[in-house]
Design a protein. Structure first.
Lengths: 461, 461, 461, 461
């Protein structure tokens, strides 16, 4: 019996493996063995206990022991103690549960952030390719849902490149505050290891490839997880914004974009004609859950004294859910962008819908150049725009008929009213967005080629 | 591989069964058959199609079909169409997916609310028994974490009885807005059934024991789920408040309460002496997730036009998680209250900690009775309280020595300074709380005996 | 210097007055005088102290005293003690600050809920008038942003009538749990009044027209405020849904609705042609703040023991902000609906956009009536819909050409493809929505005429 | 009439000035003049229009014009156009409202972040001084609210130093993504300035000391504000954690800390003896509002296409409220830490409360050193701890009597049971925390002296 859609519906297999109970237990075992190595290096355990590896503990075995003992990590320590023969008695020596749990989470999060980072970098790559391909594909720029000025699809895509690249940097920065080991005992003083504490910590974490928190209580400080949750919620909201873009531009009245496959899927169990942007809608829906969970992350850092346990149950849910959901959303978004159907002719048609009014600013600017005060030009053109709508006439037509305008702009009007002449510095701005993405990738250890991404993410702290 | 702790850690088996994919599919089949009955009653399907029952569909079969078709309910309709022979072609006729999904949810939520209601009523019962047993057990009343005035444990428990009874009523009221059928077709007009729409709806829902929403779009209005989520978040926060009470009063410096079993459990993997209120801490932790998810519920009702799909993925997570977690929290809370260790002697000791200052108000009131203006009495006693602390003397002692006080109150002072004489109308107020609980239970269909609770929850709309 | 837009931008004057510091202080004075009457009735103060009225305290005077004393209510008590001559010394006797504050809030909230209720009932009235006027105005029903089936604008409006009426009921129900007096002393036992406690409470609250909480700690239980915040957040989200409807249907490509005045306002400082649905956008924006504040409401009820002070600062912000913002949103929504520009011709045009595909379900239903199995009919029509799109042909045309369809439906096809014939039971469903609204209004004490609303809101508990 | 407590109760005068409507208008004027300079530099306005300064606009004048025109920035542009004589007609030329608004916000946020940063750095300084002064002041380390192991107050304070220093870095990093100019016109293409766009932008922003966003839509990307809100919510939650520490340790049963002035303030209007940690409670209360508002920040970034207006109203509330409240909380926290009453004798007394059990781990570790397997030692000592509690005996006493222990540890036991011998590497860890703080300060441009902080905050992007 399965109740949670994470088990069968959302999240990739890769990410599911990372957050599986199997992997969490494996990571905890790994940390216990690293600690044993730390103890051995510090002379607190026999030398031969330092090089033990290849130990596995099945979750079911742990569950059985936990039921008996009433404490998960104590149960694990007991199982390991029995498994490791002569070294058994040094297992977990001087450590507290969260030395194991928090350090195991750091290992899981390191991998999970690597996956998220890669997927995000892939999505940015897809957006860049879209931007390049449609650098000059003219379309309506919309504000308030209304027609504003012309843009190109490439320019639009490049804005997303920039926005998502900011998330790349945020993830990098958050990573430096959560992918850290915690090996400092019950209240963080390392008391059980006497003067060898720093050595135990250094050796244990070196084996795991982690740096330590400079200081800690019983637990690593929870502001790190809160930050991670917030950064993922921001990323989820950015994906929601992209999905909303696709959903809106897929409306039949607009018809500029279509989600890949929306035509092949059954859209409705009752309306045979329906073609729905369901992938994008899923992204928007899941974003709400991620935003909600971020709130729990904030509350979760208000722990009593050297810690209380209230963060524990919340984190067992918070961390897998946020990562699995954002993982799914990124996979969906990449699929959407990579297979996006672009209908340039609909874009063009919509651009002409206002019969020139979308270029009213262009006319205004030219009038000002000819010496008309800006606010007078604004009033004049607003009047013409209202008249065009009231009389059902074209704005372009009225502008040409208007003596105030045509006397000044006469022959230039056709050029002024051509949307492809009113795109400003879009090429340079797209280039700046791409440069930002490259810088972000470099700082965060991604290769700067758009066709793929490396998994390693090396930061200089 | 399991990633979600709902699968193995949180939520009772009873609730897990309800929200299992198996049960959801079963419920959807049930609704499809009820619809078939509605169609038959209205003459839109042969009469014999109206009495079909006992059909089961395995989730794996549905998954397989969904992968092929790309739409869950369309896949289910196809499976049923094949299973039902001559009636197959009438399956799902004129219905939209959410006729099936929303009505199936109504059935699941009816059962889930019944479980939550029962557990909550049991918890209230346990609190009432605690209140009765400790009606006169004196303890410190605390405000700002500081000693305020004496109360009794029974009085404290009765406040929780009142607070939780308010949640009983809220759940009842929310139930009336979510346990309703939705059988109105693709945009809510019942168009496919022509003039027979109201009849199809009436017959189908009658079989399921549901009343209909008076009107709907493609879906039942989502403010109902948002309300449910909010009401559960309030209940979760009340449970958090109760858990916080236990956690605080279990501090060794206070020592007035102890969670059951906290002594038998291993408290720490490294500190052998630890006895931790881990059940209560779990309640506090899970409350954060429930609060966070409620936010998603609010956002989720802002659907476009006759609906968009964004609510769907969010609800697949929202509903099971909220119910499973609150279910676990209620089970934990009941266990805590039922097995609560009460240490009356520690309560008494703490009551004496301020050496009389906790009764400063009692003295003040008597001084006013003797004619001293209230604010002068307040100033005088505040001065004595500060002096007591500064000089390390007992407040009672100083009060007796103070001529301003003892001249007026002399012989009565011992009686005034006895905390059991300063409890006001606590017995009457406890009785009022109990009466409120009875009224709440009656309105919501619970039996008014404290030893148990019925499952049926009959409301008059 | 003003920092908060509530001071000059959002919220009506009526609501601002209610939540002004002046009014809060006035209400606290009123409660202190009511308490004095309670004390007099119970013989704890001279009889003549029971009938004092007409006392005012200026906020600036209170601020000055608070700065000196460091406690707001203590300062108020001192000011009153000085003002009331011989009765002065009985002021606030035996009460705690929150007897005054919570009871004053109950008075403010009673008025505030009355305003919100009236505005909401007015909005429902406007939606009903819209529904009546456009009962038969045909338009596209949209799901996923895509065309689904025809509806009428009246039917759409009636769905909002139902949804908002549910909020009417929720507000009513929440009101019964928050508009209650709290007069029970420092820890809720009424200790200072000895055996006269219940009498003091009854007399004081009778003067204010309030019933008491059956039991309380130092404060009224905060689940009530949390519920109120949640109910307002749900209402805000419903308003957001309505505003989103208007914003979407105002897109120039759709053009079915326009916000009143959107044409007269300057839409853009730079684009003279812009007509933006800024009122609706404001509603959507403010909804986010209201949703966010609801979270604070949940957290705020987790108070320690007989209370801690942490709720106080949060509530000073939470309550005025939520009410002022929802007040503004309701005023905006009413203005939008009352002045809504409806463009029936655009609705008609969009209905024809799919060249008949929007009626594919209607054709399917008829085919099933003729004996075609439902899922075969679904497949056939889906194929035709895809072909229509691929070949740029009309769906209606293809359907007529298709022998599988025309052989069966031949002469009926024109009628089947007429959207006004495929509206199902819309009139009956609209009537049911109106009935629900009437019932809701009756339960909550609103007059059932649509042209206005009464201010009194009488509930039977 | 004032409704919002930001006007008179929360936030420092310094911060209030920044977010006052006066300052916002001043900043917008400044940006308009900078734009004029950009236009002049690019030859789009006469040279003399580039050096205009010293223009002021009163909010009341703006309000009046906005009421007439219906658009705030259009109104401002018109006022300036009238004021600036011959240059008037170039005002706002080619710009969109959010060029002005977003860039003005960047200026305000630059100052606001500087204040927040300074206050936070001061708080860290106060915590460092506390840590230094009480480096060796022994106290109980608590987990789950229960006694765990000894720590020192200095060690505890150093943990807060580390945690808050992480916020210093987060603020720095967020700053780089929000303190950026936006000068790119109606849809971000700079179209109105033709090929001079980049020059206009560069010159205008140089005057203001800002770098530009590499690309933008009509607005600067809102993920930046969302991040800022989240970072402030994390900081607020950290302050809540600190405040909770003080509130808990001020409980009379614990009595280790007291908030400054808690003794002098009137604690209660009715209980003369009360001394309440009201400053700390206020911090906890306000944190909830800040956390709630952060949710609105996430939602707020999901804007349609090149933007919709829904972010505008939300931000008018979000930004001032978050900054004003965190500002107040930081001021409160600094006051608390700087004036904190530390009661070392109570700390010592509590340390002895468990009569040695708090050192059970220390004994366990020594037993393991002598060859006892860890989990056997754990079981033995747990048994002794339970017996001690059951029999009301001292744990230390029982340990000494136990032959299993005393045979092995005999003469060392007194030393082992001395808490000051079981503090591990606390001094080194405190030093590491301080080093982290120094590094954070250096990166973010704070002076590294603990006695004060500079206001300038120079980042290398």
């Amino acid at each position: 019996m399965t109740v949670c859609p994470l088990e069968y519906r959302y999240g990739t297999a890769e990410m599911r493996r990372l957050f599986s109970r199997e992997n969490l237990v494996t990571r905890m075992v790994e940390v216990e063995l690293a600690l044993l190595q730390g103890l051995a290096s510090a002379g607190l355990a026999p030398e031969e206990c330092g090089s033990i590896g290849g130990v596995t503990v099945r979750p079911s075995m742990l569950d059985e022991a936990e039921r008996r003992i009433g404490h998960e990590v104590a149960a694990l320590a007991e199982i390991l103690a029995e498994k490791l023969g002569g070294c058994g008695k040094y297992v977990h020596l001087g450590a507290t549960s969260n030395d194991i749990i928090d350090t195991a989470w750091a290992l899981v999060l390191r991998d999970a952030l690597s996956i998220i980072g890669s997927r995000l970098w892939s999505l940015i790559g897809a957006l860049r390719r879209l931007a390049e391909e449609h650098m000059d594909t003219l379309m309506v720029g919309r504000t308030h849902g209304q027609h504003a000025l012309p843009v190109t699809l490439g320019f639009k895509a490049a804005n997303y490149v920039y926005e998502f690249s900011r998330s790349i940097v945020r993830l990098c920065e958050a990573r430096r505050r959560v992918v850290l080991g915690k090996m400092s005992g019950a209240v963080g003083t390392m008391a059980a290891w006497g003067s060898a504490g720093l050595l135990v910590e250094a050796e244990a974490l070196a084996r795991l490839g982690l740096k330590p928190h400079p200081i800690s209580t019983q637990v690593a400080p929870r502001d790190g997880y809160a930050e991670l949750a917030a950064v993922l919620a921001i990323l989820a909201s950015q994906l929601d914004r992209l999905a909303t873009e696709v959903r809106e531009l897929s409306r039949p009245e607009i018809g500029e974009l279509a989600e890949p496959g929306s035509r092949r899927r059954v859209g409705s169990s009752t309306m045979p004609h329906k073609s729905n942007p369901t992938l994008s809608e899923r992204v928007s829906g899941l974003a709400r859950i991620v935003r909600g969970l971020a709130v729990a992350g904030f509350e979760n850092l208000v722990l009593w004294h050297e810690r209380d346990l209230s963060n524990s149950s919340a984190e067992r849910l918070l961390l897998p859910h946020m990562f699995m959901l954002v993982d799914q959303m990124l996979a969906d978004a990449a699929r959407i962008v990579e297979g996006l159907e672009v209908r340039a002719e609909a874009m063009r048609r919509n651009l002409e819908l206002s019969r020139g009014a979308i270029l009213s600013e262009a006319v205004m600017v030219k009038l000002v150049e000819k010496g008309v005060p800006r606010h007078e030009a604004h009033r004049l053109l607003r009047r013409l725009a209202l008249r065009a709508e009231a009389e059902g006439k074209g704005f372009a037509e009225l502008v040409k008929e208007s003596p105030e305008v045509s006397d000044l702009l006469g022959g230039e009007l056709d050029e002024i009213l051509d949307p492809s002449n009113y795109l400003g510095m879009y090429r340079e701005l797209v280039a700046r967005a791409f440069e930002y993405a490259e810088r972000a990738a470099k700082v965060c250890g991604y290769s700067n080629s758009s066709q793929g991404s490396t998994r390693t993410c090396s930061y200089s702290t």
